[in-house]
Design a binder for this molecule. Structure first.
Ligand code: SF4
Length: 721
């Protein structure tokens, strides 16, 4: 007999993964507390499209390894499980079985506790650390995977209760340098046009972005635009799949972006392909820019970046003569010690050609996580309160002191990598980590491990036993994206509501409620009763989110700014008449090419470039527990050019050892012409072959972003072979 038909409930929500923010509907078997399948919804960002992560990457929430009870450390030194557990030993042996932290491996180090006991312990230890060592010894890592409400209460806890601005999140690892450049030059860190704006562009520059893997549905808009006649110009040292659709692809040498874009600017200015009226009326700094780029003729730029002078000229002419050109960029631009310079060059290209404030034009750093824009807007950054209001500005600080009822620290706080260094130097004693996994996401993992082990007190709030949780004193079980209500802002500035589809497992609690409970116990009441109370308080302290509330966001969401509540949507195209800078003008900032911090040499002859795969998400906590995604992309690999493989005597599929000055990993070698000769690529999702063991923790001086896209490595046969 046929099984009885199960009634499925439809829950309209948003994808939990990338910054595209695809609208979707979960079809839920409520009785079994199980999502059965997902449909794309007709949202502005996706028009029913979904990529493989959005369509199949939901079952992590129903995984048996979900944390269900608070855990308190009882024995074993911190982090000892990372090296000594059977799980880690299996991983070192390369067998598939041990690639995730298993509850049974870690449980001997912890005991289950009641919420009251765990929260009391956390509040007591955090209060002791603050009172004994001072607020500067405290810090918090939030997460772009959390909602605006969670980010807002978290940064408020750190600022108002810990008494410090040492609060940061993974934006430091993705677009911090882009935001630094945008704030400096045009006075706003967000995109000036939505990615769908490409439909009205003659030319689209895609710089350092592997869009088909990292913003897959956005890439479908790019491909459609190309099919309709938009000239795609793709610039990247590792040939991305979207280059198949490009009008021109320029493979620059790793880390030479400034030279390439200065070469384009040189041609634009030398051949008069810029808008003198726009430069005159809307920018400053033109003469200094002109002087600098005069030194970067196509021939000079070519010597550095490796792109033929004629191709530099051809691309510059296409960009400069376009009626409307739009510029997108990703981590290939931002994750360098000169990431801010890279972004400044792109902004200069856009400004001298007047390609901003009109349909088909604009600057669009493609934001990575589904709420990295919202978490940054909510103030989860050490130098700014919500809405990028600077902590060092006395008038702004007085506003927040009045709103929150406590004195606030006037000093900007430490960033992610600075917090790690402070822990190593014994200056930082207590860390609260909500949804971040620095063990895998931060550069130079061996340094991060030492820092985590050195902390007096670490509390980790997450949905799984992450690698970072192995160092925790207390682990608090949180709710997944699929179990909570909250708002998320996508790469376009679209604020959307994520709605709960599942009931949380066991005793897991909502993140914002956990933060409020800790705050209450530390003597600072946070009496919110629902997520929208927090959202309303947040919006009341901002300009950008004025007029937005849960009612108006509804099912479609809304772009910020939304000056007119009665309008169908917020403002798509910003800055048609000046910029929010002190003089209303965009600033042209000249940049000189500087090499990466650690360049190849005889001992370490390859350049390592790291990034992501289509099927996986950051540290793999969610996607490696999604059956379909893990089945498609089950193992770590290093992409090596076939000529280099032949030179090394390694066949595709064989294991190789990759070593940098900071550590060594073993993984499978794949032959690929996506990478150039002398360059290799490793995705950073895999614990058992963690790319960030190799990466360098040198940072950009402005955005403080690490150089994930460039360090020197060598390849060899694994030990024992
Ligand atoms: Fe989710 Fe991004 Fe894929 Fe859309 S493109 S379904 S937001 S991962």
């Amino acid at each position: 007999p046929l099984a009885p038909r199960v009634h499925l409930k439809q829950v309209d929500s948003v994808c939990p993964y990338c910054g595209v923010g695809c609208a979707l509907t979960y079809n839920v078997d409520e009785e079994a507390n199980r999502i059965v399948y997902v449909d794309g919804r007709d949202g502005e960002a996706n028009h029913e499209r979904l990529c493989v992560k959005g369509r199949y990457g939901y079952d992590y929430a129903m995984h048996p390894q979900r944390l269900q009870k608070p855990l308190i450390r009882v024995r074993y030194p911190k982090g000892s499980l990372s090296d000594a557990s059977p799980n880690a030993q299996e991983a070192r042996g390369g067998r598939r079985k041990g690639h995730l932290v298993r509850y049974e491996d870690v449980l001997p180090a912890f005991r289950e506790a009641s919420w009251d006991e765990a929260l009391d312990l956390v509040a007591t230890r955090l209060r002791e650390a603050r009172d004994t060592h001072g607020p500067a010894a405290m810090a918090g890592f939030g997460s772009a995977k959390c909602s605006i409400e969670e980010a807002y209460v978290f940064q408020k806890l750190v600022r108002a209760v810990f008494g410090t601005n040492n609060v940061d999140h993974c934006t430091r690892l993705c677009h911090a340098s882009s935001v630094a450049a945008l704030l400096e030059t045009i006075g706003s860190g967000a995109v000036t046009n939505t990615f769908a704006g490409i439909a009205e562009a003659d030319v689209a520059l895609l710089a350092g972005t592997n869009t088909t893997a990292n913003h897959p549905v956005a890439s479908s808009f790019f491909k459609q635009a190309a099919a309709r006649g938009t000239k795609l110009i793709v610039v990247d040292p590792r040939r991305p799949d979207v280059a198949q659709y490009a009008w021109r692809y320029a493979r620059i040498r790793n880390g030479t972006d400034v030279a390439f874009y200065n070469g384009l600017l040189h041609v634009l200015l030398a051949e008069g392909l810029y808008r003198a009226d726009y430069v005159e009326n809307h920018t400053t700094g033109f003469e200094a820019l002109k002087e600098t780029v005069a030194r970067y003729s196509p021939e000079v730029a070519s010597e550095i970046c490796g792109v033929a002078p004629d191709l530099i000229r051809e691309i510059a002419r296409a960009y400069g003569s376009a009626r409307a050109a739009i510029t997108f960029w990703g981590m290939g631009i931002s994750q360098h010690t000169h990431g801010t310079d890279n972004a400044r060059c792109l902004i200069s290209l856009c400004l001298v050609t007047g390609n901003v404030g009109r349909p088909g034009t604009g600057l669009h750093p493609l934001r990575g996580q589904n709420n990295v824009q919202g978490a940054s807007d909510a103030g989860l950054i050490p130098m700014m309160y919500p809405d990028y209001q600077r902590v060092a500005d006395p008038a702004i600080r007085a506003k927040f002191e009045s709103a929150w009822g406590v004195p606030l620290d006037p000093k900007p706080g430490l960033t992610v990598t600075e917090i790690t260094t402070a822990a190593l130097e014994d200056k930082l004693k207590a860390l609260y980590c909500m949804g971040e996994n620095p063990f895998l996401s931060d550069p130079n993992v061996n340094k991060v491990k030492k820092a985590l082990a050195k902390l007096d007190f670490l509390v980790v709030q997450d949905i799984f036993l992450t690698e970072t949780a192995e160092f925790a004193d207390v682990i608090l079980p949180a709710t997944s994206y699929l179990e909570k209500l909250g708002t998320y802002t996508n790469t376009d500035r679209r604020v959307q509501i994520g709605r709960p589809a599942l009931k949380p497992p066991g005793d897991a609690r909502l993140d914002w409620q956990i933060v409020c409970e800790i705050s209450n116990r530390m003597g600072y009441p946070m009496p919110y009763t629902k997520a929208s109370d927090i959202f309303d308080e947040f919006t009341s302290l901002t300009d950008a989110y004025q007029n937005l509330d849960y009612d108006i966001l509804g099912k479609a969401g809304r772009l910020w700014p939304a000056p007119d509540r009665a309008a169908k949507d917020g403002v798509q195209i910003l800055f048609d008449d000046g910029f929010p800078t002190p003089d209303g003008r965009g600033k042209l900032v000249p940049c000189e090419y500087t090499p990466a911090r650690e360049t190849p040499d005889a001992e370490y002859p390859f350049v390592l470039n790291t990034g992501r795969l289509l099927e996986h998400w950051h540290t793999g906590t969610m996607t490696r527990r999604s059956y379909a995604l893990d089945a498609i992309a089950p193992e770590a690999f290093v992409e090596v050019h076939p000529e280099d493989l032949a030179r090394l005597g390694v066949r595709p599929g064989e294991r190789v050892r990759v070593t940098s000055r900071r550590g060594s990993i073993e993984l499978v070698a794949r032959s690929s012409t996506k990478v150039g000769v002398g360059s290799v690529f490793i995705a950073f999702h895999f614990r058992e072959a963690a790319a960030n063991v190799l990466t360098i923790d040198a940072i950009d001086p402005f955005g403080k972003i690490p150089e994930f896209k460039f360090c020197a490595v060598r390849l060899s046969r694994p030990s024992g072979d």
